[in-house]
Design a protein around this ligand. Structure first.
Ligand code: GLC
Ligand code: GLC
Length: 813
């Protein structure tokens, strides 16, 4: 347990796998995610946030206003009126100074403890397994010597389902809102009379003394969430909303004797009904599913039981891979928080966070594929399904929709495709899945293309992806970049001087010849996997044809993609080199160094080493590796969005953390363990605990970006949680630093650890077996792999041979 320091705002409780926040006034809201399979909630350290069913755009249950003042306004609020003193268990929105405040963000739950005037409120918030509901348990304890008479109010505000129109179409919205109140159940049924076959409800297990469902009645037209008029009056108004803004609030008039406690359980749930079963009488909704759902948690005991189930679920997830190295922070990250974030990025892609509004991006094609590499070992079946869902959004020509909506699983037409790195990520995702599971049958699954045309095997989708890339080459034999490659903001075909245009979807030069060295490296790297897949299923001609494409690509990279000391980044539409020493700005970029080295290009002739040395010299800084240098000082129409950002931010020379692990992997491939580990540590927030005042975002998860050396405040992070950094950092650390790397025939052990680490151990469940692995460094006598005491040739544990439990030793000289 790291101790709390003045600037750290909290500490890690490793035993309970929690981060404990000790101030409601963190530099930014520090949030947690609830739910792991379809129903999700975002919850801040002051209980702000919202929840939704499957899709943060189409099925938003509660309202949340992004870009609000104060920033984090709207959430699940409980108000306590203790003799005129009004406060919240989680500190906000009243902001009443508490005698004690604590927020414990754990795996799939958050717990808040607030104390004021000898009254303690403990609020636990979670989404139980397999339940479409958030549940809350509030325990109030009177620690004083007198009886207390307390007013307690629950509060949530309904979103009118579609989060986008909820924030736009007020002329309609203000008339459609409908609720039904029946005892302790408050139902939200806006649009239920017409096309919606779903409703939401907010219920509790203790008889109420009143309720409110009309926001203005509860809050007061000119009040804020911090001083609702009903709470000040300490009496519910029993308002029934007709249009305007429906809310749900329960009111209790509680008497607590000295020393007495009371626990109340609440459920905010979601029900889908068949059209025939929607009503129990004219305009009276069928309440049965809601009441059945609530019956699972309607006592404190049942609630606690669900919490226990969730805890064991997470234990099982994490137990698949547990490491013990000499570095505690490495262990904490790999064993708990990084894996946790991997699940969240897998579930959310880039859709809903405190920085992604839930209505913008849906599931990213490239992002979702990359997210699987940190998650396949935890939930292979979910990954399999995701890979097939993604495959079904692919177009017949092998290209892809850049994003899709999780509810409909259909590609988003408004953004479209032509991001030319998209297709090759399919091969990464599938190869990685097979390596983890040994399940080759995924290749035979029949999957349609986006237009629902005849289903072909998933393998055919991968073939289409490979060929699409192989055949879209420019004048140097390098892949055409399209709208953009991994770097959304390097827009070589946009040419826009019109602020009303999107950089990414306005292609002014559709026939453009701009080429990408990042895609070239990616094509070689995942092309090699494609060859191995072809060989495995006996398609040798296809494998050989693919090899020829790859060899040609390597030649093209060596011939036209090498700048003398590092790899170029791209050729623009006029054939001018980008990322060359000849440029005044943007001389060197990180992406092509990472991808070409990971692809193995230049490993033999020194180019790989030279490229990574150049990264160290030009791009590395204390907080990580910046994306390119020198930063662009002015907008350049030929480069697009990248040059729109102020220097040091985002793609314009920010530390775009997602790509740092590529360099870490490259360093491990070169055998430079100290550098690999150092790059890994620099962007990992767990190592920055005492820098929170600068770093600002949550210390337990990665952020998309940390401001670079050219920025006003280097080291300041932004956009936490939903970033490819999570999966990639985990992958780099476990598979390349520790070298515990799934391969087609088994688990290979290829560590690259610093001399200062004498040894480490890994508990790994793999394809039904359990390996207890110890790696010994600086070994003078033994070398290589031993299984159950027997020396084994090579460095792979053959999973067909070593089923069940085995003791594995690996010695490094
Ligand atoms: C964002 C996007 C990702 C992209 C990256 C670089 O993280 O989600 O798709 O690769 O930015 O532009
Ligand atoms: C913006 C962001 C970039 C992100 C992209 C996604 O351009 O700057 O980071 O990847 O949007 O569409």
């Amino acid at each position: 347990m790291t101790q709390n320091t003045e600037t750290s705002f909290g500490y890690f409780d490793d035993e309970n796998k929690e981060f404990v926040i000790t101030s409601p006034h963190t530099p930014l809201p520090w949030i947690n995610y609830l739910g792991n399979d379809g129903f999700y909630g975002l919850i801040s350290n002051t209980a702000g946030g919202y929840c939704f069913y499957k899709d943060a755009k189409f099925r938003r249950l509660t309202r949340y206003r992004y870009n609000n003042v104060p920033m984090d306004s709207g959430g699940r609020y409980f108000y306590i009126n203790d003799n005129g003193v009004v406060w919240n268990p989680a500190g906000r929105p009243c902001n009443t100074e508490l005698d004690f405040y604590q927020c414990r963000h754990g795996l799939g739950y958050s717990r808040f403890i607030g104390r004021k005037n000898e009254l303690e409120a403990e609020l636990t918030v979670t989404i139980p397994l397999e339940m479409n509901a958030e549940v809350y348990k509030l325990k109030l304890t009177n620690n004083s010597e007198q009886t207390k008479q307390i007013g307690l109010f629950s509060f949530i505000e309904w979103c009118l389902w579609n989060a986008q129109t909820d924030g736009e179409n007020f002329q309609r919205n203000l008339s459609t809102g409908e609720v039904e109140v029946d005892g302790n159940f408050i139902f939200h049924k806006t649009e239920y009379r017409e096309r919606r076959n779903h409703y939401a409800f907010f219920a509790c297990n203790k008889d109420i003394d009143g309720f409110d469902t009309d926001r203005e009645t509860f809050v007061g037209m000119y009040n804020g969430f911090n001083n609702p008029q009903v709470v000040s009056a300490n009496k519910a108004a029993n308002s029934v909303a007709h249009g305007w803004s429906p809310i749900a609030s329960h009111y209790f008039n509680l008497q607590l004797a000295a020393g007495q406690s009371e626990e109340i359980v609440f459920m905010l749930g979601y029900c889908e009904l068949s059209r025939e079963n929607k009503w129990q009488a004219l305009n009276q909704i069928n309440q049965t599913p809601a009441r059945e759902l609530f019956a699972h948690v309607d006592t404190a005991k049942k609630f606690d039981h669900q919490c226990k189930r969730l805890r064991s679920y997470w234990q099982e997830c994490l137990d698949v891979c547990q490491v013990n190295t000499p570095d505690d922070r490495f262990n904490r990250s790999i064993n708990i928080w990084n894996q946790y974030q991997n699940m969240v990025t897998f579930n959310m892609s880039r859709s809903a966070s405190y920085y992604e509004s839930g209505i913008g991006r849906g599931m990213g094609f490239r992002d979702s594929h990359q997210d699987t590499i940190g998650f396949t070992h935890i939930a292979p079946a979910a990954v399999r399904q995701r890979l097939l869902d993604l495959s079904a959004t692919q177009k017949q020509d092998g290209s892809a929709y850049h994003q899709y909506q999780p509810l409909t699983k259909k590609g988003n037409a408004d953004i479209g495709g032509n991001f030319n790195d998209d297709p090759m990520w399919m091969i990464l995702g599938t190869a990685n899945y097979i390596k983890e599971t040994g399940d080759w049958s995924i290749l035979d699954e029949k999957v349609p293309f986006d237009d629902n045309s005849q289903a072909v095997s998933h393998f055919e989708h991968l073939r289409a992806a490979f060929n699409h890339t192989a055949n879209k080459l420019g004048p140097h034999g390098l892949p055409l970049i399209g709208r953009a490659d991994w770097n959304d903001c390097l827009n070589l075909n946009c040419y826009s001087n019109d602020p009303n245009e999107s950089f990414q979807t306005t292609e002014h030069r559709k026939d453009s010849v701009a080429e990408s060295l990042m895609i070239a490296g990616q094509f070689v790297l995942y092309g090699q996997e494609y060859v191995r897949l072809c060989q495995h299923i006996g398609m040798f001609e296809e494998a050989n044809a693919a090899k020829t494409h790859i060899e040609k690509m390597i030649t093209a990279v060596e011939q036209y993609g090498w700048d003398g000391q590092w790899f170029l980044r791209a050729y623009d539409a006029d054939g001018k080199a980008i990322g060359s020493h000849k440029n005044a700005e943007g001389k060197i970029f990180i992406e092509s160094q990472g991808f070409c080295v990971m692809a193995g290009i230049g490993l033999e002739n020194g180019k790989a080493q030279s490229a990574l040395d150049a990264v160290e010299e030009h791009l590395a800084c204390d907080f990580g590796i910046v994306l390119q240098q020198p930063a662009f000082s002015r907008y350049d129409i030929a480069l697009g969005e990248i040059s729109s950002y102020p220097p040091g931010y985002k793609e314009n020379a920010g530390i775009f953390c997602h790509n740092n692990p590529w360099i870490c992997i490259g360093e491990a491939m070169l055998g430079r363990a100290d550098k690999a580990l150092s790059y890994y540590q620099r962007i990992n927030p767990i190592y920055l605990q005492d820098l929170q005042q600068t770093h600002k975002t949550e210390p337990y998860v990665y952020s998309q970006m940390v401001a670079g050396k050219d920025a006003a405040i280097p080291g300041e992070a932004k956009n936490s949680w939903l970033t490819g950094t999570a999966a990639w950092s985990y992958y780099a650390a476990v598979q390349y630093i520790l070298g515990i790397r799934p391969d087609y025939q088994g688990l290979s052990i290829t560590p690259c650890i610093p001399k200062s680490w004498p040894s480490f151990t890994v508990q790994r469940k793999f394809r039904g077996a359990h390996y207890q692995i110890s790696v010994h460094n600086n070994s003078s006598d033994k070398q290589g792999l031993y299984i159950d005491g027997q020396a084994i040739a090579g460095n792979t544990i053959d999973s067909a041979k070593y089923t069940e439990n085995h003791v594995v030793e690996f010695y490094i000289g």
